[in-house]
Design a protein around this ligand. Structure first.
Ligand code: PLP
Length: 390
């Protein structure tokens, strides 16, 4: 007997339909020069310092003196120390509260195993669809809270009590970030209702606004209610290497880290040693410079995309604290219809907003993580298209 919830997931994979449609189009029009604004992957390489560290880590495995095998179920101390010194210096966490893993995609769903199976889980619509589909696979009780344009897609505090709330900030797909004020309301809600906030902060390094916290723990009381997730994927181009981390504060519950370690030792044999050495090296001064340059590269793209759509008369969100830009369709058609239109008329790929939830169907997402030349090409085509069609 298979898990019905997996069988009933709407699609094999949320982006599979986009890929399928592009290949169908390519078959019919092999000459088309398709450019993508949809890409969620990075287009800059891993910092050289991390590459060198990973080469050394491979060499470690060649002698039993330096070999690393089983054992570091929750991550190596060398990486936890760097994370605490650099990302969480002001919050007085211990290494016991830090976990290294192989991706925030996995982590943001796996963490549900820590909580009662009957917990009421609140997710946004639109949202990063993995929260919804991951929770469904585990047969959890999901409740959808609408993120609406009139609130700039920031989730508003509900009247009902939920046990677990997913907050993604800086956000994918909307590209906005929660301010200190927005987050304080949620932390206060969680404190009052004994809820847990699962705070997906994988785009932290893209934050530029002063009124956006770099960690939820900057909000008073957050240590009692929030688990924060981060990743090296977008920051340091580890999308293929795989390394992430998260914090479970002891303040949430006296036994929380004891319980989670029991679970983890039974479910996970630890993140890759080579990846962790590469991740450790992202905290060197040299790598920090390279990362800063890469982020600037993406955010310059984001600015060009924002300005392009704005100048063409679209309403846009994001692109200031996140590499994503959320665009309102001005033609009054659905997000799949605009996808088809751009693909056939100008060979430009965007991501239909409905992929992120039904409330996303009047919007589409573009990503600034792509190659600069490709993005500029798409911008030129969009400009020409609207010059003709406006
Ligand atoms: N969380 C969000 C909001 C994302 O957009 C992504 C990747 O696109 C992830 C998590 C997954 O990150 P990782 O590569 O660490 O699994």
């Amino acid at each position: 007997m298979l898990n019905e919830s997996i069988i009933n997931l709407e699609q094999k994979n949320i982006f599979a339909k986009v890929t399928e449609k592009i290949s169908e189009f390519r078959k019919k029009h092999p000459e088309a020069d398709i450019v993508s604004l949809g890409i969620g992957d990075v287009s800059r390489p891993i910092p050289q310092t991390s590459i060198e560290a990973m080469h050394r880590a491979v060499d470690d495995l060649a002698t039993m003196e330096n070999f690393k095998g089983y054992g570091a179920y929750y991550g190596y101390d060398f990486l936890k120390e760097k994370i605490l010194e650099n990302d969480y210096r002001d919050f007085n966490f211990s290494k016991d509260e830090v976990y290294i893993s192989n991706g925030a995609k996995t982590d943001t769903t796996s963490i549900l195993e820590l909580f009662d199976i009957n917990s009421k889980i609140c997710i946004a619509d639109p949202m990063y669809p993995i929260y919804r589909d991951g929770a469904r696979c585990l047969n959890r009780n999901i409740y959808v809270l609408e993120a609406l344009e009139k609130n700039d897609f920031v989730l508003q505090i509900p009247k009902e009590k939920y046990d677990i709330i997913y907050i993604c900030s800086p956000n994918n797909p909307i590209g906005i970030a929660y301010t200190y004020d927005d987050l304080k309301k949620w932390v206060d809600y969680a404190l009052k209702n004994n809820s847990i906030i699962l705070y997906d902060n994988v785009y932290e390094s893209f934050i530029t606004s002063n009124n956006v916290p770099h960690s939820i723990y900057e909000i008073t009381g957050a240590k009692n209610v929030a688990i924060e997730f981060r990743s090296f994927s977008k920051k340091a181009s580890f999308t293929g290497v795989r390394c992430s981390y998260y914090i479970i504060p002891n303040e949430i519950d006296n036994g929380i880290n004891f319980a989670w370690k029991k679970r983890t030792i039974n479910r996970f044999n630890g993140a890759d040693y080579i990846a962790q050495r590469g991740a450790e090296a992202t905290y060197t001064n040299e790598a920090k410079i390279e990362i800063k340059e890469n982020i600037k590269y993406y955010m310059d793209n984001a600015n060009s995309l924002r300005m392009c759509f704005k100048n063409l008369g679209f309403k846009v969100w994001g692109g200031i604290d996140s590499p994503f830009i959320w665009v309102k369709i001005k033609e009054g058609i659905t997000s799949w219809e605009i996808f088809e239109k751009y693909l056939s008329d100008i060979n430009v790929v965007i991501i239909p907003g409905v992929i992120f939830g039904i409330n996303g169907d009047s919007y589409f997402r573009v990503s600034a993580l792509g190659n600069n030349e490709v993005i500029n090409k798409a911008i030129e085509r969009l400009k020409k298209y609207y010059e003709k069609n406006n």
